[in-house]
Design a protein around this ligand. Structure first.
Ligand code: HEC
Length: 126
């Protein structure tokens, strides 16, 4: 192999390596988006999920949270059983829909379903 082709194949290798890192980053993106929007508070503010629980989240925030949870449903978790994760997310979607519909006891059920630690310990990589 002459030098030109060697350089070329090394370049091709580098491109495919960075491509696969990119793909890995994208893999859990729907989960990250949902977490960042609904479960992470901007400085000095309350988390959207906390405001869903105390009833002060806006209609728009509720709808966006629901859309983001739904996007999580078709995403494999970084860790743990994909089916168990899907069940958890399905539950989350279900209770959030009840909050949107203003059903009795919906926020209490939501609070239970978003148990951070229960899901993270099973499905979030360290
Ligand atoms: C149904 C499962 C589930 C529930 C419930 C859940 N999380 Fe997560 N969360 C995850 C998974 C899975 C990840 C890892 C995503 C990854 O590694 O890309 C994650 C990641 C995160 C991250 C990091 C996001 C980032 O920037 O990449 C934050 C912050 C977070 N969760 C906050 C919370 C908080 C706070 C709660 C509770 C109010 C919560 N999560 C409830 C599954 C869940």
């Amino acid at each position: 192999m002459n030098r030109f082709f060697l350089t070329l194949s090394i370049a091709a290798l580098a491109v495919s390596a960075s491509w696969s890192t990119l793909a890995a980053d994208k893999e859990f993106e729907p989960i990250e988006k949902a977490m960042k929007f609904a479960h992470k508070a901007p400085k000095g503010e309350k988390k959207v999920s906390d405001r869903i629980i105390d009833g002060t989240a806006s209609e728009e925030e509720l709808q966006k949270t629901l859309v983001l949870y739904k996007a999580m449903a078709d995403t494999k978790p970084p860790k743990g059983d994909a089916g168990a994760f899907k069940d958890r997310v399905a539950k989350l979607i279900d209770v959030t829909e009840n909050v949107v519909a203003k059903k009795d006891g919906a926020t209490a059920a939501y609070k239970e379903a978003i148990n951070c630690k229960a899901c993270h310990s099973e499905h979030k990589a360290d």
